[in-house]
Design a protein around this ligand. Structure first.
Ligand SMILES: Cc1cc2nc3c(=O)[nH]c(=O)nc-3n(C[C@H](O)[C@H](O)[C@H](O)COP(=O)(O)O)c2cc1C
Length: 173
């Protein structure tokens, strides 16, 4: 890696029944997070919740919509000390035009800990691109330096690693 300082990749990703790519063992966003980790030498923090384990696509869609409408903040496992990182990639799937609610739980918890860091949002999606996710991250971390985001179609993640590489090269990695 060509950059100074330590880099972290924070992400949420849902393995299992998936609209465009079928039943997947590794979620689309995790694939991208793993590429970033490999190509930049970053460390990872995965936002893990068991709330959606084993859910079929349609019930998950409905639950996610309800959570978004109610602004719910589902719990997730584990913690991370952000103080040792200078750059933080943050990624997730687009769910109903934004990040999944469990990522908002993370944003709320670490709102004060991103000050002065470079934060780089990314998404995987099936048509919405970045949706409103860059705005969401900027609002969550007003004292961070939030950069332009990157998005990749979920159905492309397994064949288009080079797009991730190109993006990271453009960032100086
Ligand atoms: C509950 C739910 C809501 C979704 N909403 C959107 C959406 O609003 N826009 C979009 O482009 N894709 C949407 N998708 C597709 C996902 O963003 C896409 O499949 C993504 O790559 C999944 O990433 P993951 O495997 O890391 O969870 C949705 C998928 C789910 C399960």
């Amino acid at each position: 890696m060509a950059k100074e300082g330590k880099t972290l990749v924070v992400f949420f990703s849902h393995a299992g029944d998936n609209y465009a790519v079928g039943d997947i063992e590794v979620g689309n966003t995790k694939m991208v997070a793993d590429y970033i980790t490999e190509l930049t030498g970053a460390e990872q923090f995965e936002i893990v919740t068991h709330k959606y384990d084993g859910m079929a696509y349609t019930p998950l869609i409905n639950l996610a919509k309800e959570e978004a409408q109610k602004g719910e903040l589902p719990d997730y496992e584990g913690e991370i000390d952000l103080s040792k990182y200078d750059t933080v990639f943050i990624g997730g799937p687009v769910w109903w035009g934004t990040y999944p609610q469990v990522m908002f739980t993370f944003f709320k918890k670490y709102a004060d800990d991103m000050k002065g860091k470079t934060v780089i949002p990314f998404t995987t999606h099936e048509g919405s691109g970045l949706a409103n996710c860059v705005e969401v991250v900027k609002n969550a971390f007003p004292e961070a330096n939030v950069t332009k985001g990157f998005s990749l179609y979920g159905h492309e993640v397994r064949t288009e690693k080079k797009k991730v590489e190109k993006w990271l090269n453009g960032l100086g990695y």
